[in-house]
Design a protein around this ligand. Structure first.
Ligand SMILES: *Cc1c(COP(=O)(O)O)cnc(C)c1O
Length: 219
């Protein structure tokens, strides 16, 4: 299957209100250009330097989403133009984003990445710690961060009930946090190549799809 035909197939399959993020990490700019030519405009990358090179090379109407773990000292590579940081997962990172966004005189849209999967390796906030920070009004001192929703990953498992439990949990976290942040908090980013149809059942508004579109990554 070509990149173009996969994008068209997904576009037809996804319900209205579910956005397609093409996860292009580790793929060359030629592959992204093919997706762009098929009309795709939202791309997800996991490494800031790679994102920066692609941003500089490809057309300027692309929306760049940062979806990988972001180190505080790397925020500066993307702060000026990133469309959405989906991997905001700690107070320290929030402080770094606030500082870099202020320097660029802009507010940066961010998602709170929440850890629900059973693997230790997956990143994201511990939900109780996040709630404490939210309740202590920690984000109110950060006017250059605009919180737009939640991002999360399900456990890598064959057991579908585990995956369903994770998406259910993310949905609950999203709904509770929306109570604090209001209408602007409108994005629930969950679902990848192997599990996106299930994520949609649980209210996903954005699926992040890589290998289905671009093939296997070569690390
Ligand atoms: C790599 C990655 C994806 C895409 O994974 P696929 O299985 O290739 O669709 C989605 N979300 C995050 C956070 C990722 O790191």
């Amino acid at each position: 299957m070509s990149i173009k035909s996969e994008i068209e197939r997904l576009r037809n399959e996804l319900p209205q209100g579910v956005k397609l993020l093409a996860v292009s990490k580790f793929h060359p700019v030629e592959a992204l250009q093919q997706a762009y030519d098929a009309g795709q405009r939202a791309f997800g990358e996991s490494r800031p330097q790679e994102l920066k090179v692609k941003y500089e090379t490809l057309p300027k109407d692309i929306e760049w989403h940062m979806i990988g773990h972001l180190q505080t000292n790397k925020v500066k590579y993307i702060a000026r133009y990133v469309h959405l940081i989906e991997s905001l997962d700690s107070v320290r990172l929030a402080e770094a984003i606030e500082k870099e966004a202020a320097k660029c005189d802009r507010a940066i849209d961010c998602l709170l990445e929440i850890h629900v999967a059973q693997e230790e390796s997956k990143s994201g906030w511990d939900y109780d710690e996040l709630l404490n920070f939210v309740r202590s009004r920690g984000f109110e001192a950060m006017p250059h961060i605009r919180l737009r929703g939640v991002m999360g990953m399900a456990t890598f498992a064959d057991d579908e009930t585990v995956i369903r439990g994770d998406f259910q949990r993310l949905k609950e976290c999203f709904t509770e946090l929306k109570g604090y942040f209001g209408e602007e908090f409108d994005t629930l980013s969950m679902g990848m190549s192997d599990d996106y149809p299930i994520a949609i059942e649980y209210g996903s508004t954005e699926v992040r799809i890589g290998s289905t579109i671009f093939g296997q990554r070569e690390y």
